[in-house]
Design a protein around this ligand. Structure first.
Ligand code: PLP
Length: 384
């Protein structure tokens, strides 16, 4: 059966042009960049080229780009690294994050609290899951080690006013991290304009390979390394670099810059048609996340009295791959923690559905999905 993929927020397929760039790097330029000989030199020059390319696209210096193994690792290095450094340098012991952060940030912050004696302060969010700059300003104090606010929410698609939050943190001299893993394919990523000190990316969310991420670290932002060993990545991330994955990430990120406008126009059209159909044709449904300040490929809904896990399985059986809330918790019939944080009542929090489109999605696919969904929702409501 031909399954239609509508889960681009969970991961994206690898762009075949990116794979073409990666294959010779596995086959021929397999050297270790730390080696002195020609194989090492060739690998080192590919590494430098990829780093320069990422830096150009982020509007930063090459030495401000740290390659990691994924978005999760970038979040870990940013939070743990900056918090431990801030305590060492100035005795700060508080971490400010909204509760709707991805688990990569949330669980790292929780470990800083349980294991390292930090206090985690949850920043309030509004009904769209957005963080307001004045709420950050209200919580800042000399005790603040780090502020981390996600650029865009993976479950509900809302994005945050990162430049405004960034300038408040900069004024207070507190390091500011943003998890831009979900935003990477869709939002402006000029780190100077954003005013961030730390920014996390993961390549597989923008048609790059899995197993590779990056952390932007503004010069002067001190981090305690999480992974110790050799002096790779300016001493911040020890391990022999995977040149094929690193070059693949840089190539995929370059394509985001070159083709992003076209991709956004395409996905926004499909997404808008989907949202319109669902809101018109199905009773007791709400769009979750901000109606306008949301990622262009992202539709998310709450259905009253619907077990969304069951719905996702039924859609799967009919040939549609979508997700309920966050892909990290598929299968477990739990209320969505994000919708709970937004103040949805229990009649709604099990009914979270996320449909995210991509470059390969077509209008007929969206129409087939929109025609199927109302009947399935009615069926699930009968069963619940
Ligand atoms: C996907 C995602 C992550 C995790 O990234 P990986 O590369 O899968 O480790 C972190 N934060 C957000 C917002 C995400 O969407």
């Amino acid at each position: 059966m031909n399954v239609i993929y509508l889960d681009y927020a969970a991961t994206t397929p690898l762009d075949s042009r990116v794979l073409d760039i990666m294959v010779p790097l596995y086959r021929e330029k397999f050297g270790n960049p730390s080696s002195v000989h020609l194989y090492g030199q060739r690998a080192e020059s590919e590494l430098a080229r990829a780093r320069r390319s990422m830096a150009e696209d982020l509007n930063c210096a090459p030495e401000e780009v740290i390659f990691t193994s994924c978005g999760t690792e970038s979040d870990n290095l940013a939070l743990r690294g900056a918090a431990l450094a801030a305590r060492q340098d100035r005795g700060a012991d508080q971490v400010l994050i909204p509760s709707v952060e991805h688990h990569a940030v949330l669980h790292t912050a929780e470990q800083l609290e349980s294991l390292h004696g930090f206090e985690v302060i949850h920043l309030p969010v509004d009904e769209y899951g957005q963080t307001h700059p004045e709420d950050v300003a209200n919580q800042l104090s000399p005790r603040t080690a780090l502020v981390s606010v996600m650029y865009a929410n993976n479950e509900i698609g809302s994005y945050n006013p990162i430049p405004e939050i960034g300038s408040i943190c900069r004024e207070a001299g507190v390091p500011f991290h943003t998890d831009a893993v979900q935003a990477g394919a869709h939002r402006p990523l000029d780190v100077r304009a954003l005013g961030v000190d730390l920014l996390s990316l993961g390549a597989h969310k923008f048609y790059g390979p899995k197993g590779i991420g990056a952390l932007y670290v503004r010069t002067g932002t001190r981090l305690v390394p999480v992974q110790t060993g050799g002096s790779q990545e300016f001493g911040l991330r020890a391990a022999t670099e995977n040149i094929a994955l690193i070059s693949g990430m840089a190539a995929a990120f370059r394509l985001v810059q070159e083709e992003g406008h076209h991709r956004r126009t395409h996905t926004r059209k499909l997404r808008d048609s989907l949202i319109k159909a669902v809101l018109e044709m199905i009773p007791d449904v709400r769009l979750t996340g901000h109606p306008d300040h949301r990622l262009p490929n992202h539709a998310s809904f709450a259905f009253r009295d619907v077990d969304a896990n069951l719905l996702v399985s039924m859609l799967d059986a009919r040939g549609f791959a979508v997700s309920s809330g966050s892909a990290c918790k598929t299968g477990r019939p739990e209320p969505s923690r994000i919708l709970s944080a937004l103040g949805f009542s229990s009649a709604w929090t099990r009914g979270s559905l996320r449909v995210t489109v991509g470059v390969d999605t077509t209008l007929p696919e969206i129409e087939r999905f929109s025609n199927l969904l109302p009947g399935l929702i009615a069926e699930v409501r009968e069963l619940s």
